[in-house]
Design a protein around this ligand. Structure first.
Ligand SMILES: *Cc1c(COP(=O)(O)O)cnc(C)c1O
Length: 423
């Protein structure tokens, strides 16, 4: 599929007059269109709820858009819980799907009334010691091990992943939790990441629904919800077909009617914890070409770097790049598009065929709306960029200012040296 930008060159030229590059820009229209489609796709399930994976894009302005559609927050850290509380997402609106969880985070999640999703059987005692009781509603994360395969394709390797409980542990955990007074149960699993196939969710659902039936039969608990978690991917490359969320919703419904309904379990709510699917395509990183270098390769240096978008450096991930205003030009130049870090993996693209780039050209790096800004760090003392929202009416709103040196040095504020650093 041809990849297009959600912003025009004219719009960007206006925006950069006020907000210098680099910055992340989000598309309100796209975010709203997508959440409506998601809700529609699962409207057959009465209790359906999306808990947005806050780590993907921890910005209260964006989360508030999703909140308008009834989304909750999926959190796994102290500050993610704080964000959730700040936007008024409390109690059943928070899914606390953490792992290796510090005591104070369980305590905070419990104070907020969050639904706690236990990553391990040992966390039952740990949690009880911290908060003094077992919550009435509780969830367990499942990891069946082995390889997760669709047809002949290996999608991911749960057997190699640190998350979740084994089948045996899951059954034991439910029995123990029931004995300790839990009344409503949930099951959660995240078995493959960034899947670009309509088959993943239905297949995952089948695994979870079948285990839910057995859990109910063996332990007699009431299963309130099944949390399909994240993992629905987006087409980062032009040759990938986007997921069809309607087909995914229908696929889950078919399995639900096949496995749960005959067991009288048609009151089970479906939850999701999507991050990438909710925001990924509706954000981009806007940067400017500031240097060209002709050595053993052809380099274009831009004013963004891996601090603003780590996925290419971390995973070798592909992010499509559009040179604004040159969309129709021939892709007849081979470039490495690089940032300024003293790290040779600071490359947004390697050997990428693009139109000829001139200094000052604006480059749009696609699909940075999830796990983009949020994965950023401060290596080389580089500062994090602003985040802007392209509103439905075409206006632009600053939704996070850019970092300043004072932000970077803020953790020296208790020392004498701060006087010289934080001016
Ligand atoms: C990261 C994460 C998600 C979101 O994953 P996406 O691939 O962005 O949809 C959901 N749940 C948990 C527990 C996660 O760690």
């Amino acid at each position: 599929m041809k990849k297009e930008t959600f912003v025009t060159k004219d719009q960007l030229e206006e925006i950069v007059k006020e907000y210098p590059t680099p910055f992340h820009l989000y598309d309100e229209k796209g975010i709203r269109r997508n959440i409506r489609a998601l809700k529609e796709a699962f409207s057959w399930n009465k209790g359906y709820k999306e808990y947005f994976a806050v780590k993907a894009t921890p910005n209260p302005f964006l989360i508030n858009i999703l909140r308008e559609y009834g989304c909750g927050c999926d959190c796994s850290s102290y500050t993610e819980l704080m964000l959730s509380e700040a936007v008024g997402a409390l109690k059943e609106d928070i899914m606390f799907s953490s792992n290796d969880t510090p005591a104070e985070e369980f305590a905070y999640a419990d104070r907020l009334g969050a639904i706690i999703n236990l990553d391990d059987i040992t966390h039952i005692d740990f949690l009880e010691n911290v908060i003094g009781h077992i919550p009435e509603t509780i969830s367990c994360r499942y990891n069946p091990g082995g390889l997760f395969k669709i047809s002949n394709d290996i999608m991911d390797n749960p057997g190699d992943s640190k998350y979740g409980m084994t089948t045996e542990q899951l059954f034991d955990a439910f029995k123990i939790l029931k004995e300790k007074g839990a009344k409503e149960f949930g099951i959660h699993a995240f078995l493959a990441s960034n899947t670009v196939t309509n088959e993943y969710y239905p297949m995952l659902a089948k695994v979870l629904f079948e285990v839910a039936v057995k859990l109910k039969q063996e332990t007699g608990v009431h299963i309130k919800f099944i949390n399909l978690s994240g993992g629905i991917g987006i087409p980062y490359t032009p040759d990938q077909e986007p997921n069809d969320i309607r087909m995914i919703g229908d696929g889950v419904r078919r399995v639900y009617e096949e496995v749960l309904t005959p067991e009288g379990m048609d009151d089970v709510a479906i939850y999701t914890e999507l991050g990438r699917f909710m925001m990924g395509p509706y954000g981009c990183l806007v940067t400017k070409a500031i240097h060209q270098k002709h050595t053993h390769k052809e380099y274009i240096g831009v004013d963004a770097c891996a601090v603003n978008l780590m996925r290419p450096a971390m995973y070798g991930a592909y992010h499509h790049i559009t040179v604004m205003g040159k969309e129709k030009k021939a892709l007849d130049h081979k470039y490495d598009i690089v940032g300024s870090l003293c790290e040779n993996n600071d490359k947004f693209a390697i050997d990428r065929m693009l139109p000829k780039i001139d200094m000052g050209d604006l480059l749009v790096i696609h699909d940075t709306g999830a796990h983009g800004f949020s994965m950023g760090y401060n290596y080389n003392g580089k500062l994090k960029s602003a985040e802007l929202l392209l509103k439905e009416d075409g206006g632009v709103q600053l939704i996070r200012r850019a970092e300043t040196p004072a932000d970077y040095f803020a953790t020296f504020d208790c020392f004498e040296v701060a006087k010289n650093l934080m001016k």
